[in-house]
Design a protein around this ligand. Structure first.
Ligand SMILES: Cc1ncc(COP(=O)(O)O)c(C=O)c1O
Length: 585
């Protein structure tokens, strides 16, 4: 890595984030999921607690000391934020609960009133669902149409093609400052000025940019800018809508209730002034006050040096990831912020994330709330590593090493590689894997059981030898690898297990003794493994035996639940629920 800037020490910065000192799955936590949410410094955590210990009261309403203290802290944050994004007036800062709510507010309040049939709303292919679905809803309500800006091969909005999409029917252009998947800074200045030529408004989704770039809303001259506090070291449940005052003045309230009114009678209600007109009900006062602490925390950093450190990290990480065999970036070139999205040849994205998680490395796999982008790039999903200034070169090296190890273990020799190491001494080799084969005979599905040896006892014996989570995880993967799977025709909507983040299917039949035989499949090996674990407990049993079996105790005995990531835990529960649903029918 090129030399770090003199005034920024990542290790000192990191020490301010207590959560990062922990071990996960026996390894020091490497937190590479910052695009989803950053960690919180001790100042923010303390401020939150201090607020409740010293100042908690409702804002703007009571004439007593605590309320006035709470109101001051609350409004000071608004003032601070106004300066932070260089807005003209604090009335232009509306508190919401996140970027999502800010966009919904504009879509419903501005869009519902101003859009007409055949008006056009312009989005880009790289938008987060939060900047797509609210517009789809308002388009349906008003008859407006949605048009999409194409991207360059590097994943930025293609400014050479703006006029294909933005024209005289365009009423609003809504796009991300930086995509949460691609990590590219979009040429929003060009997009905004092009939109202006056509008298269209602009909404910029700054959810990813705000933690990485200085933002000056007046210089940008956008009409709306939205972001969330939790992606910039602040608490969850706080978001910002910046809007130009003259536009906000003309918009109707989004929600109604206390705080947003001047006077109410049964005959007539008059609305409060900005910004309160858009802040119905009791807001997230503690969160907003603690967000103030996050802004102060950012202010005292040497921001130019911090940004340079992040740039260096991005360069280093890109260079290292580029050397992992089989790793394919989803777009060309190096990202502008340290957000890397890729797939690994021979691996399901969720299996890569699960393997990294077993080594304490937190990354995200899936569609990243950007399904239309996945369709545009013709991929099912990807793995994303997103870094912050508390991450280090050593952490990148750890992740890259783990990925290189995975890429060496191609699917074909995966099992062999594992049986050769200490984990290979485990007894899976001695177990005869259940091989329920499913086939369609005429219109009927037939499941034939070719062996029965995988049952509760054999699973417990298998996992009792796997002491560490690492070993248990490998056993699950091996079970997944050995599972025979389902043919494409059997993977139907009916057999799909809902609630599982990866795609998974389950089919069943009853034998002559009224016992159930299930078999399943998933596109993720780890879920296939979990299906095997569950099926070992239910196959060849009657519905009564299945419903009275203590599944929770079984999982506890295996030592499974405490280690599974929430999405995997949900996947496991979804498999079990589907089985209960079937046998209760
Ligand atoms: C680009 C982008 N827009 C919008 C959102 C939604 O943010 P929130 O869930 O905080 O409302 C996210 C969250 O990941 C994002 O990355």
């Amino acid at each position: 890595m090129t030399k770090c800037m003199a005034n920024f020490s990542s290790s000192i910065f990191r020490q301010q984030f207590p959560i990062l000192a922990q071990f996960v799955n026996g390894k020091p936590l490497v937190y590479f999921d910052n695009a989803a949410s950053t960690q919180k410094p001790v100042d923010v955590i303390d401020c939150y607690q201090h607020y409740y210990q010293t100042s908690n009261a409702n804002v703007h309403r009571a004439s007593h000391a605590l309320s006035s203290r709470a109101t001051t802290a609350y409004e000071e944050t608004r003032q601070h934020l106004k300066n932070f994004i260089k807005a003209k007036h604090s009335k232009e800062i509306i508190w919401t609960k996140g970027s999502t709510e800010s966009i919904n507010l504009v879509a419903q309040s501005w869009g519902r009133k101003n859009l007409q049939p055949n008006d056009e709303i312009v989005l880009s292919y790289s938008e987060h669902h939060a900047n797509i679905v609210p517009w789809q809803i308002v388009a349906e309500q008003t008859g407006a149409k949605i048009k999409i800006l194409p991207l360059t091969s590097e994943g930025r909005i293609d400014t050479t093609r703006l006029e294909e999409t933005i024209g005289e029917k365009t009423r609003i252009v809504c796009c991300g400052h930086i995509s949460n998947v691609l990590g590219r800074i979009n040429p929003i200045a060009d997009v905004i000025s092009f939109a202006k030529k056509h008298k269209a408004l602009t909404l910029i989704d700054g959810a990813q940019a705000i933690a990485h770039l200085p933002v000056d809303v007046q210089a940008l001259d956008c009409d709306f800018y939205v972001f969330s506090a939790h992606k910039m070291y602040g608490p969850t449940g706080v978001g910002v809508l910046y809007g130009k005052r003259e536009i906000l003045e003309k918009m109707s309230p989004y929600q109604a209730g206390g705080e947003m009114i001047k006077s109410v009678s049964f005959e007539q209600t008059s609305f409060n002034d900005l910004p309160h007109k858009f802040e119905a009900g009791t807001p997230n006062i503690a969160g907003i006050v603690a967000f103030g602490a996050a802004l102060k925390f950012i202010d005292v950093q040497q921001l130019a040096a911090l940004a340079q450190y992040e740039t260096n990290l991005a360069q280093y990480c890109f260079a290292q990831l580029s050397q992992v065999p089989g790793l394919c970036f989803i777009v060309e070139g190096q990202p502008d912020i340290p957000v890397f999205s890729f797939t690994m040849t021979g691996y399901h994205n969720h299996d890569v994330a699960a393997e990294l998680d077993s080594q304490g490395i937190a990354v995200r796999a899936g569609h990243h709330c950007a399904m239309p982008l996945m369709q545009y790039l013709k991929i099912d999903g990807c793995i994303r590593l997103s870094l912050a200034a508390y991450n280090s070169v050593e952490e990148i090296d750890n992740a890259v090493l783990a990925l290189k190890k995975m890429s060496r273990q191609s699917l074909a020799n995966d099992a062999d590689a594992m049986t050769n190491d200490e984990l290979g001494q485990l007894s899976l080799q001695n177990l005869q894997q259940v091989e329920y084969k499913a086939s369609e005979v005429g219109n009927k599905i037939q499941i034939t059981d070719t062996a029965h040896s995988l049952n509760v006892d054999s699973i417990l014996a298998l996992f009792s030898k796997a002491k560490s989570w690492d070993s248990k995880h490998r056993e699950i993967m091996m079970l997944g690898k050995k599972q025979s799977g389902l043919s494409a025709e059997l993977k139907t909507d009916q057999s799909l297990i809902s609630g599982c983040e990866s795609k998974a299917w389950l089919i069943h039949q009853k034998n002559e003794h009224e016992c159930y035989i299930f078999t399943g499949d998933s596109d993720a090996k780890v879920i296939r493994g979990l299906i095997s674990v569950v099926l070992a407990a239910v196959n060849n049993k009657t519905s009564e035996q299945i419903l009275t079996f203590d599944m929770q105790a079984y999982f506890n005995d295996i030592g499974l639940l405490q280690h599974l990531s929430p999405s995997r835990g949900n996947g496991l529960r979804a498999i079990v629920n589907k089985i209960y649903q079937i046998v209760e029918e």
